[in-house]
Design a protein around this ligand. Structure first.
Ligand code: ATP
Ligand code: MG
Length: 221
């Protein structure tokens, strides 16, 4: 039997993917939070997991170093490579990509007056498209993390960041003023692998989609 490699990041994506893998009969033999291993064996000798940075998952799948990957929509929107299929919304790691400003900043008025805003973000591509659609002129500043700090120290007027509970914004005297797009994680597949390893990949796909469907039904009840 051919072997399958699944790329995912540790932390929330690994934690929330674990039940999906279990439904597909795949159980990791290592805990990535404790182990330093980057290639994890599973109970299935033909399936291994590789632990990569969240934003690197599409790259591993695109080049076929992994057959399957689990990546946030935010990451996929920024990744402009080809060679992968986005097959399934897994409905995990859900949050929203939003524009946020300081509590005392009047965003609406700034827009109405055509002010040129400085916006700090890790998501340059998505932010760029969003503001272009709104016909807003912005200067984007690329950051790699802790975007919430930027407005507080005068680096930017606004940020584009992921928000789930809003607690981090609140703790830093920021407010969300605009939703750009709802975010969840997706299952992606290398296009060539889907053809060549269809027999091995299909059962995983089916198990994942079954449990995702069930989850949706539970949510609707
Ligand atoms: P790193 O922490 O290594 O800089 P990262 O922030 O992209 O990378 P995670 O924090 O593990 O890595 O996030 C992985 C994915 O989980 C994100 O790409 C996004 O889709 C989703 N995510 C991020 N923040 C939240 C959140 N607060 N709530 C729910 N999902 C989130
Ligand atoms: Mg993070």
């Amino acid at each position: 039997m051919t072997s399958i490699t699944i790329a995912l990041s540790k932390g929330r994506i690994f934690d929330e993917t674990k039940p999906l893998l279990k439904a597909a009969g795949i159980v990791s033999l290592d805990n990535p939070e404790k182990s330093r291993k980057l290639i994890l064996k599973t109970n299935n000798p033909n399936v291994s997991l590789i632990i990569v940075r969240a934003s690197d998952v599409p790259t591993y799948v695109q080049y076929g170093a992994a057959d399957i990957g689990i990546a946030g929509k935010d990451v996929l929107l920024e990744h402009n490579g080809s060679g992968l299929y986005q097959l399934l919304d897994l409905n995990i790691a859900c949050c929203r990509m939003m524009v946020a400003v300081k509590n005392n900043f009047d965003y609406e008025t700034a827009i109405r007056q055509g002010a040129r805003l400085r916006v700090a973000t890790k998501y340059l591509h998505t932010a760029q498209e969003h503001f272009a659609e709104k016909n807003m002129h912005v200067d984007l500043i690329k950051l790699y993390g802790s975007m919430e700090l930027a407005p507080l120290v005068g680096l930017a007027d606004a940020i584009v960041d992921l928000v789930s509970s809003g607690d981090t914004l609140k703790a830093n005297n920021l407010k969300a003023v605009e939703e750009i797009i709802p975010i969840s994680s997706r299952l992606i597949i290398n296009q060539a692998a889907l053809k060549v390893k269809r027999e091995n990949i299909q059962p995983i796909l089916i198990a994942f989609s079954e449990i995702v469907k069930k989850g949706n039904i539970l949510l609707q009840q």
